[in-house]
Design a protein around this ligand. Structure first.
Ligand code: KG4
Ligand code: ZN
Length: 342
């Protein structure tokens, strides 16, 4: 490796994916993600089970990330880790591991804010490509299981939330509505899959009409629940018979709400560089609608590859690389934080 090349091992364990990645500057050499099937039966993430699974997965996942990257531990320049927001027990597994490794190797420890990392996933290059990256300032719609935010990004470390959900996050809305449709957790990707063959105009659901740039999704969840109750009373097989149209209609409603606020944010700020991030940005309806709206409004859009949308350590490496350039390091008294704003 050349002197100007910075090799970082990133670790992500904020929720239910144990992930490790290796980067060289802002290029990813590996990005290994171990999911946790154990939660499916419970309809949501069980924090204690998540912590235990992280504990079991972290060493093999880190080994695999180093092996795939072809990098030995002693070649690393820094260890990066998600410090929050997230489940405290899950975060503690990653943070403790990263602290121990940075101490053992005598290399810097870099703490990363998970929500900042989602945004900065837009700067990741993979082994082969030199994808265009956003220029500052840009807007990022960060949509995940726990957050729905429109972020004004002025620099790698200067991000301002200018709109957010007042209740459920978009991913939470997908997952909770999926549950009422008898789909297993996490339901977002399944709604996406069924929606592909469904008619989005078949059922109409209301969206909250909030002023400014904030979102609300809890009303949608309730209205789908009452709608289903009414129809199931007439036909016990209503869901099975209409699953594709139901999923397409729900997805269309959520996507419309996200895109409308994004348009408003672009009008208010005059910014036409638009990025998306977070698990829900893997949604094919959102991705294609964004492309359409971009053409009509002269936006340049940045859509990370699917593997960098949902939780992954690659994005932790990218966020850490820009902190490394600023010598922004942490000490061994770093403590994870369940709540952490941008
Ligand atoms: O960013 P993420 O992996 O974890 C959090 O930080 O929350 O986001 C997970 C969320 C879940 O709610 C999941 O259902 C949703 O992202 N999700 C999707 C899709 N893929 C993941 N929602 C809709 N369509 C998808 N294709
Ligand atoms: Zn996330």
């Amino acid at each position: 490796m050349k002197n100007s090349e910075v090799l970082i091992l990133g670790i992500e364990s904020s929720c239910d994916e144990t992930s490790a990645a290796v980067s060289c500057n802002n290029r990813l050499l590996s990005n290994i993600i171990a999911g946790q099937k154990v939660h499916e039966a419970y309809g949501g993430v069980v924090p204690e089970l998540a912590s235990r699974a992280h504990q079991a997965n972290i060493i093999p996942v880190v080994d695999q990330a180093l092996k795939e990257a072809g990098i030995r531990k002693k070649e690393l320049n820094a260890i990066a880790v998600t410090a929050g927001p997230g489940l405290i027990g899950s975060l503690m597994v990653g943070v403790s591991f990263a602290k121990a490794l940075s101490a053992a190797l005598s290399i810097p420890l870099i703490e990363v804010n998970h929500m900042q990392a989602h945004v900065l996933a837009n700067f990741a290059l993979n082994k082969e490509t030199q994808a265009p990256v956003p220029q500052f300032p840009f807007l990022c719609l960060t949509v995940s299981g726990g957050h729905t935010q429109i972020v004004l990004v002025k620099a790698y470390n200067m991000m301002y939330v200018i709109g957010q959900t007042l209740d459920d996050a978009a991913g939470e809305a997908f997952d909770k509505i999926a549950k009422t449709l008898n789909l297993p957790y996490p339901g977002g990707p399944l709604i996406d899959r069924y929606a592909k063959t469904g008619d989005a105009s078949r059922f109409q659901f209301p969206t909250a009409n909030l002023s400014e740039l904030d979102f609300s999704f809890s009303g949608l969840k309730t209205s789908v629940l009452y709608f289903l109750k009414k129809h199931l009373a007439e036909d016990a097989n209503f869901i099975e018979k209409n699953i594709a149209d139901l999923c397409a209609s729900v997805q269309h409603t959520i996507v419309r709400s996200l895109i409308n606020k994004l348009k408003k944010a672009s009008e208010q700020t005059g910014i036409k560089q638009i990025a998306i991030a977070g698990g829900v940005s893997a949604n094919s309806g959102l991705r294609s609608e964004l492309q359409k709206v971009a053409l009509l409004n002269g936006w340049t859009v940045f859509i990370p590859p699917m593997s960098l949308c949902t939780d992954n350590a690659g994005m932790i490496c990218i966020a850490a690389y820009y902190k490394y350039l600023e010598n922004d390091f942490s000490t061994l008294d770093l403590a994870p934080q369940a709540r952490l704003s941008l």
